[in-house]
Design a protein around this ligand. Structure first.
Ligand code: UDP
Ligand code: MG
Length: 322
């Protein structure tokens, strides 16, 4: 019923938000400005990823006062990627969904340019970061991640493209079909295909506050990219096995020749110790890699809901339905 009433919305803007109390007022200002000046009919969908500061209070008051702003909150922190997935499921626009970060690193005003590109016949228009304002450790890690994943993944990932993108209605519908447990939005977005285009942009620094991504969260995100979109890590184990068997055979032959032909006394205690320790490590690592795939299978098989919704405010109306 809601859908019928609201299907004049052309683009939904999905914004995952986690403890961003310092940012909300600037964000709201920029979004309001965009909505008032754009020729498109827009709605914003805030997904509050279990914030425990004043974020919820501020967002609720915005959404109760202006029906163009919608609010969904999770029962706890489920993570940025899951928040985007929830936003995609609840976005009602009939033409496209625009995904941006709450900290205004992705300029909302680029919607106009992205939308034009979409109208040229693309289903997905994603932003490519021309510059980064993060520390060199983060920049270096991102650099390595995108190059490495392109080497090992079964599909091509656009380099330096994050979640900032405009996705057509039909592509969003396809993404919403994915029952992925450890969801990695930019991976799924590449995987589904269709015509995709990248648009370069300057990534702004965060307006206020500090990053909500700890190194652990970032590492987990990277791991989801590797393990969910590549079987290379598990294949490497077999290659490693073949390589070590070959080395062992050569070593055996050398030892036998030494013993039979030259009658040398047994030597190589260090070599043996080294080999045991090395291959002990290699085996543990290999079990770990297999474990990563098993963990993923385990959680997927459990078939738990990917997130739990606590509150919803749509069109200025409060509801507690999940
Ligand atoms: N975020 C979220 N859940 C989290 C962590 C972050 O919804 O557990 C949101 C955050 O509020 C922001 C976006 O995801 O809108 C990107 O986070 P952040 O800016 O901290 O990441 P960075 O830009 O530093 O990679
Ligand atoms: Mg940010």
């Amino acid at each position: 019923m809601l859908l019928e009433k609201k299907n004049d919305i052309q683009v939904s803007i999905v914004i995952p938000v986690y403890n961003e109390q310092k940012v909300i007022s600037s964000l709201f200002g920029r979004l309001q400005e965009l909505m008032n000046t754009s020729t498109l009919k827009l709605e914003c969908v805030f997904v509050d990823d279990g914030s425990n500061d004043d974020t919820a209070g501020q967002l609720i008051s915005i959404c109760m006062n202006d029906p163009r702003f919608q609010y969904i909150s999770f029962s706890r922190n489920f993570g940025h990627q899951v928040a985007i997935a929830a936003g995609l499921k609840n976005a009602r626009a009939r033409e496209a969904v625009f995904i941006i970060d709450a900290d205004l690193q992705d300029p909302p005003e680029l919607l106009t340019a992205f939308y034009q590109k979409l109208k040229e016949g693309y289903d997905i228009v994603y932003g490519i970061r021309r510059n980064r304002k993060e520390s060199w450790i983060k920049r270096g890690s991102y650099y390595l991640f995108y190059r490495l994943i392109n080497k090992i993944a079964t599909l091509r990932f656009p380099v330096d493209a994050g979640d900032f993108s405009l996705i057509s209605r039909r592509a969003v519908d396809v993404i919403n079909l994915f029952p992925e447990e450890a969801v990695f939005i930019r991976g799924i977005r590449s995987w589904i295909g269709f015509k995709q285009a990248g648009m370069e942009y300057n990534r702004a620094p965060r307006v206020k506050g500090s990053t909500r991504y700890s190194y652990t969260k970032l590492l987990r995100l990277a791991m989801n990219g590797f393990y969910n979109f590549s079987e290379v890590p598990i294949r490497l184990i077999s290659y490693l096995g073949i390589a070590s068997i070959s080395i062992a055979l050569i070593y055996l032959i050398v030892t036998l020749i030494n013993k039979i032909v030259y009658h040398t006394v047994p030597q190589g205690f260090t070599a043996i110790l080294f080999t045991i320790v090395l291959f002990g490590g290699v085996q543990l690592l290999s079990i770990g890699v297999i474990g990563e795939y098993i963990i993923r299978t385990f959680f997927q098989v459990k078939n738990r809901p990917p997130f739990i919704i606590d509150k919803k405010i749509f069109d200025g109306v409060h509801s507690n339905e999940p």
